[in-house]
Design a binder for this molecule. Structure first.
Ligand SMILES: C[S@@+](CC[C@H](N)C(=O)[O-])C[C@H]1O[C@@H](n2cnc3c(N)ncnc32)[C@H](O)[C@@H]1O
Length: 264
């Protein structure tokens, strides 16, 4: 099963993922959480969302799951400074080493777009969720991103990202497909919604644009692009375009996401 994680774990990637909170990334799930629920966060990454979710379900237990020990070490590092109890496990969402009906809530943020078989991933998430519990997922949809000004190098960035993510067996336009994946996985009660992140003021633009200016030169995506023969000059041009975009006083970007709330 081809299952390469496109972004890797470079600092420029973690800078993006550590900004995430339950409020800005899991708002659709929050009204359904109650103290005492047990929760599994699949592909927890730097774990900032996991930490927020864990606080909301305490004294229920929360488990952070990552694909490798190295990735899980990044999750653990976040919790070293926090007063929140979480269990840590390594696993693959396609075949979880977790008994049936183990959790009230099984959550995955920006994970299904990276896996080889998102339908199988959802089946596994359902299997480890108690009957009547919640399986929740949110994924971005790259072709649903809208920005201004229309710099040609940002179209080049989009084409490159689509190509690399697909070469790794992922689906960068996952957001629009979540409902179809949930139905294919056998869920009967599904609520599908969408939401956006938007970056429209100087600070937010500097953060998003600066982060992608670095990622396109320094992250696993950059290494993969070089290995595929993309010229250094093109990567530099894309990086410069993100900085130009960030400095534009009229620069805006809207990042579309799909969301799923499924009853197990
Ligand atoms: C884009 S990150 C999202 C991290 C976190 N959920 C967040 O939103 O901040 C995707 C995470 O999924 C993990 N991942 C990728 N494939 C996986 C798999 N097959 N099983 C479990 N986790 C996986 C990666 O290691 C990575 O940390």
């Amino acid at each position: 099963m081809n299952n390469v994680y496109t972004h890797g774990h470079h600092e420029s990637v973690l800078r993006s993922h550590s900004w995430r909170t339950a409020e800005n990334s899991a708002g659709y799930l929050l009204p359904h959480l109650r103290p005492g629920m047990s929760l599994l966060d699949v592909g927890a990454g730097p774990g900032t969302i996991t930490a927020d979710l864990a606080r909301l379900v305490e004294p229920g237990r929360t488990t952070a799951l990552e694909a490798s020990e190295a990735a899980l070490d990044i999750t653990k590092a976040t919790f070293a400074d926090l007063d929140v109890e979480v269990e840590f496990v390594v696993g693959d969402v396609h075949a979880l080493d977790i008994p049936d009906d183990a959790y009230d809530v099984v959550h995955a943020h920006q994970v299904l777009q990276h896996v080889a078989d998102p339908v199988q991933a959802l089946r596994e998430m359902r299997r480890v969720c108690k009957p009547g519990g919640i399986v929740a997922a949110r994924d971005s949809d790259y072709h649903g991103f809208v920005w201004y000004p229309l710099l040609p190098e940002l179209d080049e960035w989009m084409a490159l990202y689509q190509q690399m993510a697909r070469a790794n067996g992922g689906e960068p336009d996952a957001g629009r497909r979540l409902l179809s994946w949930a139905l294919a996985a056998g869920f009967e009660q599904v609520e599908a919604t969408t939401s956006t992140w938007s970056f429209t003021n100087p600070e937010d633009r500097a953060w998003w644009g600066g982060m992608w200016a670095d990622r396109i030169l320094k992250s696993a995506l950059a290494d993969q692009a070089r290995a595929a023969g993309v010229a250094e000059e093109r990567l530099q041009a894309i990086s410069a375009a993100w900085r130009t975009w960030a400095e534009h006083p009229d620069g805006v970007i809207s990042i579309l996401h799909g969301e799923l709330l499924c009853t197990a």
